[in-house]
Design a protein around this ligand. Structure first.
Ligand code: EPZ
Length: 429
């Protein structure tokens, strides 16, 4: 298993190219199942989760072509991927595939819309929580699906096709909103989605579906209206920049000190996180190339943050912020309201000498002057990158183990940080 070695103390200077968003790419790839024509996605990041989803789609009979290099290509740009679900030959998504990448559970909606049936393994929980899918199932039932759960699989049927309906989500769910959009796009009649998630990745999926011929209004607000159309056609769509990768590197610069341009980043995708960074004493300057992040000399000010659905502070940046706050000049409080077990990074950060107390869903972080490098272990995607952030400012050497978590959501992380002066390298076991 690969490990990453970091020797702390180096400031970061230069440019970091931000890749296409993992959490937009995955639903966009799944949306290809809705049409028998080719969906072309640009700016697709090179991530383990994307490769795993390619395998899952291939199992349904989907052909995927990765375009090769073209003259003048920017080596940091994402890949162009042609996805053709001309014929869906298998409507089953097996446990051994879905359990490795829970977002793939969302294939249930397009399989149902296109073939009138789907047999998809329940994804199971993960390190951060039980991750139920009851609201995704509720959405499909509201659109006329018959759903049974048997031997750990969701058996969904809609022999007469899906029909429009009203879906009211009792809590904001990104996956539920993706599922409702994909099921409603070709349902007979109009669908209203109330209390819809407003994350930018929802808007990106809606933009792509509209290019494919869907009739959607209100995406990005909490009320979305979808007028079903008989068929969707192929389209070309570029994946929006990854706001979580952007926020992660912004916090890395805030922690290590320095001055870095996050190229292609868009401030409006993560304004709440940028506001918190400014509160903590970091300079955030939007430019026409992206966002410039700097902290030169000034200390890190403590902040109090509660995670919330967009446009609130994103849960996917909670661990990274906590790493930054371990060296604040004072005491911070971070409250996690989205997932029930998303503090797995606390005990690992404590190995650096961080002082963090947990009380239910609130972590109290008492800033310390110095962190000391240590061997640490990653437990989930965002927790693992919080350890990298801490290591950048820790004295001495840190070894981050189980970096496969990192590879799921951060493209070429060590190359991007090393290019800005970090003493970081990957050791293949
Ligand atoms: C998406 O997960 C993201 N994943 C997550 O990012 C992100 O943390 C999350 O949204 C919240 O922003 C992808 O987009 C692939 P939810 P999702 O449905 O859709 C509960 C990462 O690190 N819930 O918005 O699964 C759920 O348990 C990942 O990139 C139900 O109770 O999240 C959670 O408490 C981690 N029933 C809350 O709602 C359901 O049917 C929000 O979950 C569905 C969700």
């Amino acid at each position: 298993m690969d490990r990453i070695k970091i020797v702390g103390g180096q400031q970061l200077h230069g440019t970091i190219p931000i890749s296409g968003a993992k959490n937009a790419t995955l639903p966009l790839m799944i949306a290809s199942l809705l049409t028998d024509e080719t969906l072309i996605l640009e700016n697709v990041p090179r991530l383990a989760d994307v490769i795993q989803l390619q395998r899952i789609l291939g199992n349904h009979g989907v052909d995927i072509m990765i375009a090769g290099k073209r003259p003048g290509d920017d080596p940091n740009a994402g890949r162009t991927v042609h996805i053709s679900a001309r014929a869906i030959i298998d409507t089953t998504a097996p446990y051994e595939m879905v359990s490795k990448m829970r977002a793939s559970f969302s294939v249930v909606a397009p399989l149902l819309a296109r073939k009138g049936e789907a047999k998809v393994s329940l994804p199971g929980g993960c390190a951060i929580g039980t991750r139920p899918v009851d609201l995704l199932i509720m959405a499909l039932e509201k659109l006329g699906a018959d759903i049974e759960i048997e031997n750990g699989y969701v058996l969904a049927r809609a022999p007469k096709g899906l029909r429009g309906g009203e879906i009211v989500f009792p809590k904001v769910t990104v996956g539920g909103t993706h599922t409702a959009l994909m099921a409603a796009a070709t349902a007979k009649g109009t669908t209203i989605i109330e209390n819809a998630a407003r994350e930018p990745e929802i808007g990106d999926l809606a933009d792509c579906l509209i290019k494919m011929g869907a009739k959607i209004s209100g995406a990005g607000t909490s009320r979305i209206v979808v007028d079903g159309v008989p068929k969707l056609h192929g389209a070309r769509h570029s994946v929006l920049p990854d706001r979580i990768e952007t926020g992660t590197y912004a916090m890395a610069v805030a922690m290590a000190g320095g001055d870095v341009l996050l190229q292609h980043a868009r401030p409006e995708l993560l304004q709440s996180a940028l506001d918190v960074l400014v509160q903590s004493g970091t300079t955030v300057t939007p430019t026409n190339e992206g966002i410039r992040i700097a902290r030169n000399g000034g200390g890190i000010a403590p902040v109090d943050v509660t995670t919330a659905p967009f446009p609130g502070f994103p849960t996917d940046l909670q661990a990274q912020l906590m790493a930054l706050m371990t060296r604040a000049q004072g005491t911070s409080h971070i409250t996690e309201t989205i997932f029930e077990n998303r503090f797995m990074h606390v005990q690992e950060l404590a190995r650096f000498g961080a002082r963090i107390q947990l009380n239910g869903e609130t972590a109290t972080i008492e800033g310390v002057e110095r962190l000391k490098g240590a061997p640490v272990m990653a437990t989930d995607l965002r927790a693992s990158v919080s350890l990298v952030i801490a290591a950048l400012a820790a004295e001495g050497e840190t070894m981050v183990n189980r970096v496969y978590h990192l590879d799921r959501g951060f493209e070429r992380l060590e190359a991007k940080l090393a290019a800005c002066g970090a003493a970081i390298e990957r050791l293949s076991a």
